[in-house]
Design a protein around this ligand. Structure first.
Ligand code: GLA
Length: 635
């Protein structure tokens, strides 16, 4: 590890069964040795509380702690994370282990950080058992106060669902047809809150026993996980950390990586964060697990650092010889240290050491905010909607990718955030818009901001009730349009626009009410109707995109929207060259240039490359697949 430049190791995740082989009987000998060895080698430890997976004795003695599916099937132990987030028995046993661990390792020289559980909610975000049902009712009583208010919010007059007693209320278990949508939405909110409560309960013990040690838990702010509302979690950790894994099927996975890193920085409120896990090469849990190409892991790691991470950590140090993840890459592969992957690990260790000055600096704020909201994600994809082709992350990533390709940096922001510093705010398919979010977006536009809203936005309030008066309800007046009826497209259907562009998925029977048409359909269900509109009000511009433009059409539209908002690329660079700047105290700045293409590139820039020590003045060559980190001259 020392030779690889490793400075921080996560230890103990999933080791409850080793640490407490029988209830109340502990064996810490092996962990003592690991921590002592690491301390001796000058390597810090991010010590897991080990509660992520209960040991076999726990589920055997307390089977009620096992989670239950919507159909009522109790999940068996044998995998990992088989616990009900609302179980008081599980909570009690977990906190007792945390208390013992924190007491034992308080003051240990290796202990640098606590790692609560692991990827909370990765496999057990939703439990439908009777214990969860009671906890759900308590959560609902807290939210609504009385049954009448709940009945109103859930719209229970429909389909004979009116509740006359709290005991009648259940989680949205498998029903003959669509369960009540607000019940589903509230259950998702409740489930995220239950896991957050677990995080807070463990953190409370750790803060009490080791107040000087920061506490984190590894978030999964990425496309593979959507069940936790991390906007509500971020304030509960001392340091935001995130796990990210590439989708091997995505030819532009480096863009989704940038999205995940930007989202994590948003959660960290712009402060540095930590990449807790990614992979040196292939994972083992996708259908086809592609190995990373030479240099790809280095680009991935440094792209996270460029976007605010103060390090790059991996699952796992040594590729396992046994168990479910034995085909997952590691820093030390099955074939040993004399391997390409391990040589690249050592190179990365040297690179990160060379970037020591970057630590603590912050990514320069972007000119564009892209609004992102987990609750809107859940609500958008509830059942019985106009089209299953309207999915949330799709729209978010369509706009994120187009801006990334144009070299325009964005911040991911929650809809309720202060947006006043941005030149342009993009609102992709924000179906659910609670009043506070609406006020925030309205306020931004009223102050002369440039706003771009896309289809299926502003449709419902926080209770999933339609905002009446024509679509896009919350935003119709703001955008100067009025839609009487949606006109979703058939599977695979394409429509043509008057600039010869193509669109798919969605169209709307849209009437102009102040806005002007920028593009219209020439065919499809609503020929002649506007597909893209522009509404100039008080110095600001409000754009509405009522269809899913193709990649080229999105790029052309954003080119115009950005130009009118005075938004530009950070660096004039060829396609596929990623540029991000971090600024440190005392006027230091670091320009990261990452070349994701097979061709050498030259971009404007001045400063010394921290990775090579070479000084550049005016232009910087960035080799194919390579990375340059310029320490820029001050002032
Ligand atoms: C998650 C977990 C790790 C491991 C990796 C595999 O991030 O935290 O324990 O399972 O996935 O990619």
């Amino acid at each position: 590890m020392r030779e690889s430049g490793v400075t921080l190791v996560t230890v103990g995740v999933f080791s409850w069964a080793l640490l407490e082989p029988h209830e109340g009987m502990h064996d810490f000998g092996w962990l003592d040795r690991v921590l002592d060895d690491l301390a001796g080698a000058g390597v810090d430890v991010d010590l897991a509380t080990a509660t992520a997976s209960p040991p076999p004795w726990l589920s055997r003695r307390y089977p009620e702690t096992l989670p239950v599916t919507a159909a009522g099937t109790r999940r068996w132990p044998g995998g990992r994370q088989a616990w009900c987030p609302s179980s008081p028995v599980f909570r009690d046993k977990a906190l007792s282990l945390v208390e013992t661990m924190a007491g034992r390792y308080a003051g240990h020289p290796a202990l640098a950080m606590w790692h609560v559980s692991n990827e909370l909610g990765c496999h057990n975000a939703h439990c439908y058992c009777d214990v969860s049902a009671s906890a759900f009712r308590r959560w609902l009583a807290d939210r609504y106060g009385d049954l009448e208010t709940l009945n109103e919010a859930w719209g229970t007059a429909f389909w004979s669902q009116r509740y006359s007693d709290w005991e009648q209320i259940l989680p949205p278990r498998a029903a003959p047809t669509f369960p009540n949508p607000t019940q589903q939405l509230d259950f998702r909110r409740f489930s995220s809150d239950e896991l957050l409560a677990h995080l807070r309960a463990e953190t409370e013990v750790l803060h009490r026993l080791t107040p000087e040690v920061p506490v984190t838990t590894n978030f999964m702010a990425m496309k593979f996980a959507r069940n936790m509302d991390y906007w509500g979690w971020a304030a509960s950790v001392d340091l935001v950390s995130n796990d990210h894994y590439l989708d091997a099927a995505d030819p532009e996975s480096h863009i989704e990586l940038a999205f995940s890193a930007d989202l994590t920085r948003g959660l960290a409120a712009g402060r540095p964060w930590l990449l807790m896990e990614h992979s040196t090469s292939a994972v083992n849990w996708q259908p086809r697990n592609l190995a990373k190409t030479p240099g790809q892991m280095r680009r991935n790691s440094l792209a996270h650092v460029a976007r605010g991470s103060d390090g790059a950590m991996f699952f796992q140090w040594r590729a396992s010889a046994a168990g479910a993840e034995k085909f997952h890459s590691g820093m030390l592969p099955h074939a040993g240290p004399d391997t390409r992957v391990h040589r690249e690990v050592r190179q990365l260790g040297a690179d990160l050491a060379a970037l020591a000055a970057v630590r603590g600096s912050e990514v320069e704020p972007a000119q564009v905010a892209l609004l992102f909201d987990w609750q809107a994600w859940w609500a958008t994809e509830l059942d019985s909607h106009p089209s299953t082709d309207v999915t949330y992350l799709d729209q978010v990533l369509v706009y994120y990718r187009a801006l990334w390709r144009a070299g325009v940096r964005v911040d991911l922001a929650r809809p309720e955030a202060d947006l006043s510093g941005y030149r342009l705010v993009i609102v992709p398919s924000l179906y659910l818009v609670p009043d506070a979010a609406l006020e925030s977006i309205r306020g931004y536009a009223a102050a002369g901001g440039h706003l771009l809203v896309t289809y299926f936005s502003g449709i419902v309030d926080g209770d999933d009730h339609i905002r009446l008066g024509g679509y896009p309800g919350a935003f119709a007046d703001l955008l100067g349009v009025r839609v009487e009826e949606f006109a979703p497209l058939a599977a695979g259907q394409q429509v043509t626009l008057d600039d010869a562009g193509r669109a798919t998925v969605w169209t709307e029977d849209l009437a102009l009410a102040g806005a002007s048409a920028v593009r219209s359909y020439t065919d499809g269900p609503v020929p002649g109707r506007a597909a893209v509109t522009r509404h100039a009000v008080g110095g600001g511009l409000r754009w509405y995109v009522a269809t899913r433009l193709d990649e080229d059409g999105t790029a052309r539209l954003l080119h115009r929207v950005c130009a009118e908002a005075g938004v530009g690329a950070l660096v004039e660079a060829p396609a596929g060259l990623e540029a991000v700047r971090r600024r440190g105290a005392g006027g230091t700045s670091f320009l990261f240039l990452i070349n994701h293409t097979d061709s050498d590139a030259v971009v404007p820039g001045t400063g010394t490359d921290l990775l090579t020590g070479v000084a550049h003045s005016g232009t910087v060559p960035v080799p194919a697949g390579g990375v340059v980190v310029l320490s820029e001259p001050e002032g």
